[in-house]
Design a protein around this ligand. Structure first.
Ligand SMILES: Nc1ncnc2c1ncn2[C@@H]1O[C@H](COP(=O)(O)OP(=O)(O)O)[C@@H](O)[C@H]1O
Ligand SMILES: [Mg+2]
Length: 589
């Protein structure tokens, strides 16, 4: 009944129906677990009635007569035994269903996370996302599966037990119903507050997870800046908050659970009083019936207590469910076109026309920006940090979509290309090299599956990485650990460069690709870079003069606008920002 009330309420907020739909995907298992649960209930409802008959027969015919007691006890024992056999089967099917649903939900979440645009991650902490995929999925699934199963069982046993009671003695049966309105009122009140409490618990738990990840990743920084005490305090604060919020959610149950039990025991008390009175006054009312009735009254309140408990489970589950749905339903703002054009294979001229863009809730990063990178040529972007250089690379890769204006490759606007096609034709070596937690070889093979050993070594050689890779304990097969912690930044950058060389894409973006490489190594890589960008349409973002000087065109970007544009010589003659930048560079080296 409460479950139904709850379900009616939640029709609006979708959580139950959405997660519930995952249960229906496995109809066989779902029906199986319900079927076994119902069969169990039927046996439970039958038991008191059998007990009643045994008692009455023993009382009227005497214990020794025809082994009445022995047969009766054996019958009752076999009912109990089969009930538990069914229970064992039910638990197994239930577990299997549960694991299947959890797997499917996590898989869907993971797929969605892979599809979501970069800006989804800008706004969220990784620890919180992972706690949604791992913990919240488990909690919401448990709540809905147990909620449905126990709910169905509880409602069925309520109906069965009520039927039996009214059949036996309607006057007593009516008494049992008296506490029901109070119990319903309590359950509704509880559901209202409880979901809010559990949501706060889940959110804070996500925060704790984020902090933990931050402390693990930032471990070195914490030690080098002496932040250990600061982190201890931060951790203690969130953990303490979580403790308080969890206790608040649980304390609420400490009133609800016992309150409901007490209210229902008043009903049983009424049955005891009225039953004793009937036993005295009504000759048709037998002792067996009285015993059976006491058992039934208990059995009547048990499912009610269960339903109230499910209320708690569902309140917690709904809070988790909301957090899961926030990912599943997050809008994908960067879309694949319905009928993608083919990536232009002749001219890969890149054209930015009147491009304006701002990050959410920030002022414009670029405004009305237009420039063209002719096919096969190199354009260098120069300018102070924060000028918007990396943002232009992000826009070209469609990590974000422009607010207005357009970007095209050849004559095809990039939003007419399939995202996968666009990105696989652009090689990015970024200022923030990312390597997977696997071997050097696997990391390189990401660029070109099936590349030969020779290709891999050539690429490494070209990026001046072969020497240090050969010195690693297992050479190419050395695990480079989570985020490549065992490599220096410069080494990581050279590996990502080798990856780009192996990928050999028609369009290349080098975003401060050699920023962390020492001057000597960079000088050695120069030659390779020249080879790499030859005949490729290339966007180089760099702060070192050596990389920029040779570009076919240089754009000096300032506050999202083109301040100067031309070749190295032209801009030096202009003697403004770029010339200053060059003078500064030369005075530094
Ligand atoms: N993901 C982001 N969300 C919000 N603001 C951002 C984001 N990335 C960069 N910015 C802001 O946009 C501006 C340009 O950044 P960026 O393109 O990275 O500069 P550059 O590469 O020229 O140093 C900066 O003010 C920066 O703070
Ligand atoms: Mg940048």
């Amino acid at each position: 009944m409460f479950l139904f009330l709850e379900m009616c309420q939640t029709k609006k907020n979708r959580v139950i129906s959405r997660v519930g739909s995952y249960l229906f995907r496995y109809k066989g298992l779902f029906c199986g677990t319900l079927l076994f649960a119902c069969a169990m209930t039927a046996l439970s409802v039958l038991a008191p009635s059998v007990i009643q008959q045994v008692i009455d027969q023993v009382l009227t015919r005497g214990i020794g007569n025809g082994n009445v007691l022995l047969h009766g006890v054996l019958l009752i024992a076999s009912i109990f035994f089969f009930k538990e056999v069914l229970n064992c089967l039910r638990i197994r099917i239930n577990n299997k269903l549960e694991q299947k649903v959890i797997f499917k939900l996590r898989e869907d979440l993971h797929n969605k996370l892979l599809k979501l645009p970069i800006n989804f991650y800008d706004r969220r902490k990784s620890g919180d996302i992972s706690s949604r995929v791992i913990e919240d999925v488990q909690s919401v699934e448990r709540a809905i599966l147990d909620g449905t199963e126990q709910g169905v069982v509880a409602v069925l046993s309520l109906l069965g037990v009520s039927g039996m009671m009214f059949w036996q003695e309607p006057r007593l049966a009516a008494l049992v119903f008296v506490p029901l309105p109070i119990l319903s009122w309590m359950a509704i009140q509880y559901a209202r507050v409880s979901k809010r409490n559990w949501r706060a618990v889940r959110d804070r738990s996500g925060e704790l997870n984020s902090l933990l990840l931050e402390d693990i990743h930032g471990n070195r920084l914490i030690h080098s800046f002496g932040l250990v005490n600061r982190e201890k305090t931060r951790f203690a604060k969130i953990a303490r908050d979580l403790e308080i919020l969890s206790l608040r959610a649980m304390y609420r149950w400490s009133i609800q659970g016992p309150g409901a039990s007490f209210t229902s025991s008043l009903g049983i008390l009424a049955v005891v009083g009225m039953g004793a009175y009937l036993l005295e006054e009504d000759p048709n009312f037998t002792t067996g019936q009285f015993f059976a009735f006491l058992l039934y009254a208990n059995m009547f309140y048990e499912p009610i207590r269960q339903l109230v408990g499910i209320n708690n489970l569902i309140a917690a589950g709904k809070a988790s469910g909301e957090r899961v749905l926030e990912i599943l339903d997050a809008p994908i703002e960067v879309h694949d076109p319905p009928a993608p054009a083919l990536f232009p294979d002749k001219s890969q001229e890149i054209k930015f026309s009147q491009v304006s863009f701002s990050y959410p809730e920030r002022s414009a990063v670029v405004e009305q920006l237009s420039f063209t990178i002719p096919h096969g040529s190199t354009t260098a972007l120069v300018g102070p940090t924060g000028a918007g250089k990396s943002t232009l690379a992000n826009l070209l890769l469609r990590y974000y979509d422009v607010d207005s204006g357009s970007i095209s490759i050849g004559r095809t606007p990039i939003n007419h290309l399939a995202l996968q096609d666009l990105r696989s034709n652009i090689g990015l070596v970024s200022q923030d090299p990312f390597l997977f937690d696997t071997t050097v070889r696997e990391n390189l093979l990401l660029a070109q599956t099936g590349a030969s050993e020779k290709d891999i070594r050539n690429a490494l050689q070209a990026a001046h990485a072969l020497k240090f890779v050969n010195l690693l304990p297992q050479g190419l097969d050395t695990l480079i650990g989570e985020r490549g912690v065992r490599l220096s930044m410069g080494e990581k950058q050279r590996l990502t460069l080798a990856r780009a060389i192996l990928k050999s894409p028609p369009i290349l973006i080098l975003d401060e690709a050699t920023a962390s490489v020492d001057v000597e190594t960079e000088r050695q890589i120069q030659h390779t870079l020249h080879q790499l960008i030859k005949n490729r349409t290339t966007l180089i973002i760099a702060h070192r003069l050596s990389t920029i000087r040779e570009a076919d065109m240089i754009i000096f970007l300032d506050k999202g606008r083109i301040a100067e544009k031309g070749t190295h010589q032209e801009l030096l003659l202009l003697n403004r920002s770029y010339a200053n930048f060059c003078n500064l560079q030369e005075s530094l080296t």
